[in-house]
Design a protein around this ligand. Sequence first.
Ligand SMILES: NC(=O)C1=CN([C@@H]2O[C@H](COP(=O)(O)OP(=O)(O)OC[C@H]3O[C@@H](n4cnc5c(N)ncnc54)[C@H](O)[C@@H]3O)[C@@H](O)[C@H]2O)C=CC1
Ligand SMILES: CC(C)CC(=O)C(=O)O
Ligand SMILES: [Mg+2]
Length: 365
Amino acid sequence: MKAHIVTLPGDGVGPEVTAAAVAVLQAVAARYSHEFSFEEQAIGGCAIDAFGEPLPAAALAACQQADAVLLGAVGGPKWSDPNAPVRPEQGLLALRAALGVYANLRPLQVHPALAALSPLKNEKLKNVDVLFVRELTGGAYFGAKTRTADTATDECKYTVAEVERVVRRAFDLARDRRRHVTSVDKANVLETSRLWRSTVQRIAADYPDVKLEHQLVDSMAMLLLTQPSRYDVVVTENLFGDILTDEAAALAGSLGLLPSASLGEGSNGLYEPIHGSAPDIAGQNVANPTGAILSAAMLLRHSLQLEAEAVAIEAAVDHVLTHGPHTRDIGGQASTTQIRDAVLAAFEAHADTAEAFFSGARACG
Ligand SMILES: NC(=O)C1=CN([C@@H]2O[C@H](COP(=O)(O)OP(=O)(O)OC[C@H]3O[C@@H](n4cnc5c(N)ncnc54)[C@H](O)[C@@H]3O)[C@@H](O)[C@H]2O)C=CC1
Ligand SMILES: CC(C)CC(=O)C(=O)O
Ligand SMILES: [Mg+2]
């Protein structure tokens, strides 16, 4: 198949991990005879430096016309002056809004080879398989902001329609998993959460085959660490989802491991690791590219409908996590480019197996 993919490496470790993910997509194209074209555009701090704005019109237009967008990360100390007129993160928020990618899928699994890195004991980590569905284009990140010398406000606003579409997405996804949705809110205090909860309750009636539970976000932060295997699909609003998924990454062993897919109504999704620009390790070729590579697998699955190819990448990553090498955030010594090469080698070795599995499944089904 032909696909045009826009890459937005961004700032800090963004270019390093994105380069690894692109190398893997190129290997997929070569191995499965696809024609993927790549177009790099600027976003974030590097775009402010080059064009004076964090999301130049050319970058946005390219993303809107692409089959999928692969992003690294934005931001860093160079652009963090609180009085700066414009910030890198605004570019990313504007892109998410413009693409209409309201559902941010952040899967969490704990690889057995990394269980020792987790703050939890082995027993509690067994069978951890959570899909966070974070609302991505509403709430406090997008509300009106005010600032005077001694007061600041960030409006948190949600409409029923905004809640409904992401919650329906979560219930639909749960039907392909273990049919259990946990909706996280702060309905004992926040009006937006009360609207969220009543909307969830109404929608749940359309999914009688899916079990629903509500959880307040503060206790959820604790339960995620004490009983992570209880959860299947967790749906929540923007800010809560941002925080809970960084917490979830600690269970996996590193923020560098988790991927994400941001989806709207069309197939043109935005794919990015959940971590930021990691300025403390940027430019050293030590960042873990696993989250970015697994985001590329999600791109193949969700935007290009290339399930076999996505599974082949995931199998290659699994092989490298099992046998090494590992980057230093997960206790190893390997560089970003060494992990890239190890994943590419494992991909070449595993692609035949994945292909045989899928052609067998097609023949049976
Ligand atoms: N999607 C995005 O572009 C995001 C951007 N940011 C921005 O990133 C900048 C830095 O934010 P922080 O709070 O430091 O969060 P961060 O996620 O960049 O880093 C937090 C910690 O995790 C480590 N880490 C992150 N990614 C890693 C990787 N791939 N491999 C190994 N270790 C990794 C970092 O070294 C650091 O110790 C800020 O400007 C922030 O606004 C933060 C989160 C998301
Ligand atoms: C706008 C981003 C910097 C927010 C964030 O931390 C994220 O989406 O993970
Ligand atoms: Mg975040």
